[in-house]
Design a protein around this ligand. Structure first.
Ligand SMILES: C[S@@+](CC[C@H](N)C(=O)[O-])C[C@H]1O[C@@H](n2cnc3c(N)ncnc32)[C@H](O)[C@@H]1O
Length: 324
């Protein structure tokens, strides 16, 4: 049971990324309604609740039950101003309806995994932390990474590593995993990290990152359907926003950032008619105004303090037109 875990009740060690920029972009106010679609350790949520005192409300969503429990304890002082939802952000519309949020003033996505998850030796997220190779945010749903590695064909595995990890040695690594599992199933983070290091290490070229970093990223994205959930959640979020409400998204790699950039651009364009059509026939109008052209990135000072912020990109857009 998750309650029995040593880390379940420990304070969060996660440091929120681009915190000031996020709060400035959302500009919370008393009476406003906000959604944090990736509650995690509750760092951004605490700042949103503090900045929307005395009676702004916040709905925190997370697929990880431990994150929900930890943040609920951390944010207890905010009482009924805090609502939580355990589940995928793809269910944001359902979560908002359950909290009575109709017309939301700000929505934050801070994607990927938290430092709390990375440090948990029972989840397998950390290459160096080790543990059972699970990698699911929601351990009660879907298939673990170990289960996936046990049944995918070498070809399926290679295309997963290529698509979600942009792994240049995808085919070699996939073949090695399939060969290994014929005698010993790969069930721990240590086993996978060692196996990939054996196959992918380039003699004489010390790697900048652990050779298994992309493999872990690819498996994590796959078992959590991270990109599918993101696309669904963004679409639903734009419809949930009140006119003038802001959506802020923090991404950590190019696959995520591309989805956000395209979703924002499509909503800002509205019309989906082919460019050659002289008159618009689709009747679709823009629903977002882009606030950030180029995404914001962390300062050198923040990167030195919190290396996790190195790859962060922050995009902001505002709801326009007649909201639902
Ligand atoms: C980077 S952390 C968020 C950290 C948080 N902003 C803070 O300040 O502590 C990302 C969180 O999002 C959760 N998560 C990732 N994908 C999710 C999804 N599709 N639906 C719901 N939660 C998700 C993870 O479980 C993790 O707790």
């Amino acid at each position: 049971m998750q309650e029995a875990r040593g880390t379940a009740h420990a304070a969060s060690v996660h440091e929120p990324v681009l915190l000031r920029e996020t709060i400035d972009a959302i500009a919370p106010r008393s009476g406003g309604r906000y959604i944090d679609a990736n509650l995690g350790g509750g760092g951004h949520a605490a700042a949103l609740l503090a900045a929307s005192a005395p009676d702004g409300a916040l709905l925190g969503i997370d697929a990880d039950a431990t994150a929900i429990r930890r943040s609920t304890a951390r944010l207890a002082e905010y009482g009924a101003r805090l609502h939580t939802f355990h589940g995928s952000s793809a269910r944001i519309a359902e979560a908002a309806a359950a909290a009575g949020f109709h017309g939301v003033d700000g929505i934050l996505f801070d994607l990927g995994l938290s430092s709390d998850q990375l440090a948990d030796p029972e989840r397998g997220f950390g290459i160096r932390t080790g543990g059972p190779l699970d990698l699911r945010f929601n351990t009660g749903e879907g298939e673990s990474a170990a289960a996936l590695l046990a049944h995918l064909t070498a070809q399926e595995l290679a295309s997963l590593l290529r698509e979600f990890g942009e792994e240049p040695q995808a085919a070699r690594i996939a073949r090695a995993i399939v060969a290994r599992r014929a005698s010993t199933p790969v069930t721990t983070a240590e086993e996978l990290a060692e196996l990939v290091a054996e196959v992918a290490a380039r003699p004489g070229r010390p790697p900048r990152i652990h050779p298994a970093t992309r493999v872990f990223q690819a498996l994590r994205i796959a078992v959590n359907d991270e990109l599918g959930a993101l696309a669904t959640a963004l679409d639903a979020s734009i419809r949930l926003l009140a006119v003038g409400g802001r959506i802020v998204v923090l991404t950590y790699h190019s696959l995520e950032d591309r989805i956000v950039k395209r979703a924002f651009a499509a909503a800002a364009r509205g019309c989906i008619c082919p460019p050659k059509v002289p008159l618009c026939g689709c009747g679709m109008t823009p629903s977002l105004r882009l606030i950030t052209g180029k995404p914001l990135i962390a300062s050198d000072e923040e990167i030195a303090r919190n290396p996790r912020s190195r790859s962060a990109k922050l995009r902001v857009a505002e709801r326009i037109g007649v909201a639902a």
